[in-house]
Structure formats: structure tokens, C-alpha cells
Design a protein around this ligand. Structure first.
Ligand code: UFG
Length: 336
């Protein structure tokens, strides 16, 4: 019996694989290495190189392995890129889910835990955001993920495939032992960009917009540690295996930090100056996104270990300091 982690070589997927392996689970990873890293995948996990939109690739995995549940991270996740290239997002994200659910149905796999996003809510009507709030995405990324949630709901009705959609807020940090972390090429996320400035790899941070409707004018986001997030997925698998109905949960800390506050926290953690300048707004950014995450705590029993952004940033800093070139594997995807 094994768990299939689709996108297990990516930032969040690789931390999930690490956690599952630490818990003694058999893990199979499927990844096309479009944005992931082979070196990020724990060596105990079995690795299949391929694309989940390729039905033959999925058939090979489901035929060879005794998969009982799928955890699905295999998607593009960059909001501004999705504004410029919407069809790329519907093709890979939404399209990938169709093939995956069809294969799960044909092979009788009944459980899926899905990496959804706060971006499905769009511009929230009130804060913190509850799971029952309207989902009206304002960018193609968020819409691609909302469509994936809705497909799973119909696949549940038609085929009895049970799902948990985990709507992440802003994920940051790295494995506390410093072995794996965040390495995107190019990097677009706030925390790793701040780390790159602290390392001296970038001249300065550009803060995108200071005229938002927030206390200091910069966007407010809700940061959650990547290892806490991995734990929530493990609880979600257990929740489904216990025979519970399909469900959706926010994963956040219920506390918002502005971009300026994140910069200040990073200066404190790293002891570096971290030069920054104000820059124009980035398209597709809502003013604030903060989660009501009591449902995950109450229903799944989720107990995040990191409740201070300084501690989250400290794990990111450990990874960046010890891996200045990231995984140092540009171009290696062609080897697999
Ligand atoms: N930002 C900057 N400068 C940078 C990079 C980012 O000011 O160089 C700002 C952004 O404008 C935004 C904040 O930092 O205000 C966070 O941006 P990220 O790109 O790190 O993250 P996003 O909020 O755009 O998106 C992330 C995930 C999404 C998820 C969303 C929900 O990538 O999947 O959080 O909160 F939907």
C-alpha cells in the first residue's frame, strides 16, 4: 500500500514526501520536473518521471504500484504568470486533474488530497476568510484550482472518489534540518526573494504597491510553515481513510502580516540590511488574505507548530544560507 504524491519534487510536495517517509509510509512520486527538483525527493520514495496529463504514464504507475490515496501538488502556482499565460494554467492544472481523476476511477483509487489555494476566494468580502465564503477568483491560477475542486466534487458524486481540498494561504519556510527548501527558477515569492537579497544574490526587494487598503498600505498575507502544511495533508488522508465525507479546509495561521512587516521580520532574523524600494502594484494581488483556520484544527485535529513568522523565516534562512545555489541542478531534468 503506497501513497502517490503527484508533484512530489516541487517545493511543497517534497516536504510532504519527507514527512511521509519519516512516518514510515511507502511513497511513490510522479513529477515531470517542470518546476521540481529530483534532488528534493527523499531517496526512500520511488520516483516516476512523467506528466500526469499523460494517461499511459498514470496507467503505468497505477498498474505497478498498490496506490491507496493520491496527494496532488502537480500544478503551476504563480499568480502573475497566470495573468499573462492563462491557458498554460488551464491546460496543466485543470487538464491534469481530468486525467488523474479518470485514472483513479479506472483503478479504483478512492481518496485524493488536493493542493488548493486562497486564490480561489478572489477579493474576500470579510476577513478572516471562512471555507463557506464565496469563491470568486480574480486570476486564472485561482480559477484553474476552483475548477479542479469542482471536478472533484462531481467525481465524488459520480464515482465515489472522496476528496479533501486544502486551501493554502502563503506557504513559506523549509525543513528545519536544512536538507530541503524552496528553489524556484525564476523566483517570484516574497520570502525566498527577501532571502536572496539577504544573501546578496539580488540587489534589493521591490515591494509591489503601498497604496492598498491595509494598515501600512502593503498587501497583507497569512503565512504558514511548509512542514505544518505537510502535517495537515497527512491528517487529511487519515480523515478520508476513516470514511468521512469530502471536505475543504483553509490552512493558514489566522494572522496577517504585511509585506513591510515581513521585510522587518527578515531583517531581524538574518541580521542583514536587506535593501528595499517601493514599486508599482503587481496585477492580480488582493489587498489582504487571512484565513479562518479553526475548521482544520477542529475537524482534522491540525496543530501547527510554527505560530511566529520569525521562526518560519529562520528555517527559510537556514536553507538559503546552506544552499546558495539552491539544488544546483538547472538543466538536469532532461536526464530523467
Ligand atoms: N511581493 C513583493 N515583491 C516581490 C514578491 C512578492 O512585494 O518581489 C508581494 C506580492 O505582491 C504579494 C506578497 O508579496 O503582496 C506575496 O506574494 P507571493 O508571490 O509570495 O505570494 P502570493 O500571495 O501571490 O501567492 C501565494 C501563493 C498562491 C496563493 C496565495 C494566497 O503562491 O498559491 O499565496 O495567499 F493563492
Amino acid at each position: 500500500m503506497a501513497i502517490l504524491v503527484a508533484g512530489g519534487a516541487g517545493y511543497i510536495g517534497s516536504h510532504m514526501v519527507k514527512r511521509l517517509v519519516e512516518k514510515g509510509e511507502d511513497v511513490v512520486v510522479a513529477d515531470n520536473l517542470a518546476t521540481g527538483h529530483r534532488k528534493a525527493v527523499a531517496k526512500e520514495a520511488k520516483f516516476y518521471y512523467g506528466d500526469i496529463r499523460d494517461r499511459q504514464f498514470l496507467d503505468r504507475i497505477f498498474t505497478n504500484e498498490d496506490i491507496t490515496a493520491v496527494v496532488h501538488f502537480a500544478a503551476f502556482s504563480i499568480v502573475p504568470e497566470s495573468m499573462a499565460k492563462p491557458l498554460k494554467y488551464f491546460d496543466n492544472n485543470t487538464g491534469g486533474m481530468i486525467t488523474l481523476l479518470e485514472a483513479m476511477h479506472d483503478f479504483g483509487v478512492k481518496y485524493i488530497v488536493f493542493s488548493s489555494t486562497a486564490a480561489t476566494y478572489g477579493i474576500p468580502e470579510h476577513m478572516p476568510i471562512k471555507e463557506t465564503d464565496p469563491q470568486k477568483p480574480i486570476n486564472p491560477y485561482g480559477l484553474s484550482k476552483l475548477m479542479m475542486e469542482e471536478m472533484m466534487a462531481w467525481a465524488d458524486k459520480a464515482y465515489g472518489i472522496k476528496f479533501v481540498a486544502l486551501r493554502y494561504f502563503n506557504v513559506a519556510g523549509a525543513a528545519p534540518d536544512g536538507t530541503i527548501g524552496e528553489d524556484h527558477g525564476p523566483e517570484t515569492h516574497l520570502v525566498p526573494i527577501i532571502m536572496q537579497v539577504a544573501e546578496g544574490k539580488r540587489k534589493e526587494l521591490s515591494i509591489f504597491g503601498d497604496d492598498y487598503d491595509t494598515p501600512d498600505g502593503t498587501n497583507v498575507r497569512d503565512y504558514v510553515h511548509v512542514m505544518d502544511l505537510a502535517d495537515a495533508h497527512i491528517l487529511a488522508i487519515k480523515y478520508l481513510e476513516a470514511g468521512n465525507e469530502s471536505n475543504a479546509f483553509n490552512l493558514g495561521s489566522s494572522t496577517g502580516f504585511s509585506n513591510k512587516q515581513m521585510l522587518e521580520a527578515a531583517r531581524e532574523v538574518t541580521g542583514k540590511e536587506i535593501p528595499a524600494k517601493m514599486a508599482p502594484r503587481r496585477p492580480g494581488d488582493p489587498d489582504s488574505l487571512v484565513a479562518a483556520s479553526d475548521k482544520a484544527r477542529e475537524v482534522l485535529g491540525w496543530q501547527p507548530q510554527y505560530d511566529d513568522v520569525h521562526d518560519i523565516i529562520a528555517t527559510a534562512w537556514k536553507w538559503h544560507e546552506t544552499h546558495p545555489a539552491g539544488y544546483d541542478d538547472r538543466g538536469e531534468a532532461t536526464l530523467y
